[in-house]
Design a protein around this ligand. Structure first.
Ligand code: ADP
Ligand code: 5GP
Length: 232
């Protein structure tokens, strides 16, 4: 089995991409995290998250039930060990949608995990997406948007720790690239000789390798006033 980690600053389009990926790639399970934050909008317990109290979360933590956990925007979030165990038993891949702190913990425990960092095309576009989304949810708050933008800059500094960088500019193209990354990992794992179409998928994924991100990444980083070297 392969373990995939996907992280992104809030508003980059990660949920949109993950929803599309789950629809079109079979054999890929999704880990539902535990969180102490309250449900938002149409979120349901057991679908987007398991919503628990701080006390419950701390009890689970004491029993060592989490593969990783972190505090994000003042709330606990954690990945229960059973998702990994169960996906492995079924011979399926598993996708974790977790923040940069969680990704670091997983990479330490499971170095072969494949990590993907999603970036917006620029700070300006991130701000636009955050505004559009908060208007759609009728929860417009300048303070929340400012806070998410500041956090984004700090999170983006962690990009060098990820295997793949996906700049989410045109949505359709980003969905194809994300699918290519998952399929390429499976093809490589198969160890067999690849056909032309399969090789194209592997090549598309290779272009997103963090070490190869190059000029386009530099331009995105510059809009956040970040140098190209990042922090490992
Ligand atoms: P995240 O999960 O990273 O916080 P969302 O998936 O909620 O982000 O996306 C934030 C907003 O940006 C949503 O309104 C979504 O429809 C929009 N969005 C996502 N991807 C793109 C894209 N490639 N181009 C334009 N808008 C996008
Ligand atoms: P949100 O509250 O907007 O759904 O998520 C906020 C952040 O928490 C996102 O970056 C998301 O990836 C991260 N997150 C969600 N679940 C987990 C988890 O189980 N562990 C960690 N470390 N982060 C998580």
């Amino acid at each position: 089995m392969s373990l995939f980690i996907i992280s992104a600053p809030s508003g980059s389009g990660k949920s949109t991409l993950v929803t599309e990926l789950r629809k079109s790639v079979p054999g890929l399970e999704f880990s539902i995290s535990y969180t102490t934050r309250a449900p938002r909008g149409s979120e349901l317990n057991g679908r987007e998250y398991y919503f628990v109290t701080r006390e419950e979360f701390e009890r689970m933590l004491a029993r060592d039930e989490f593969l990783e956990h972190a505090e994000v925007f003042g709330h606990y979030y954690g990945t229960h060990r059973r998702f990994h165990r169960e996906a492995e038993a079924r011979g399926h891949d598993l996708l974790l949608d977790i923040d940069v702190q969680g990704a670091r913990q997983i990479k330490e425990k499971i170095p072969e995990a494949v990590s993907i960092f999603v970036l917006p095309p620029s700070r300006e576009e991130l701000e636009l997406r955050l505004r559009r989304r908060s208007e759609a949810e009728k929860m417009r708050s300048e303070e929340v948007i400012r806070n998410r933008l500041e956090t984004a800059t700090r999170e983006i500094e962690n990009y060098p720790a990820y295997d793949y960088i996906l700049i989410n500019d045109r949505l359709e193209q980003s969905i194809d690239t994300l699918k290519a990354i998952v399929l390429a990992e499976r093809l490589r794992g198969s160890g067999r000789l690849l056909g032309t179409e399969e090789q194209e998928i592997v090549d598309a994924a290779e272009r997103c390798r963090q070490e190869r991100a190059g000029e386009q990444l530099k331009r995105v980083l510059a809009t956040f006033a970040l140098p190209a070297s990042g922090r490992r």
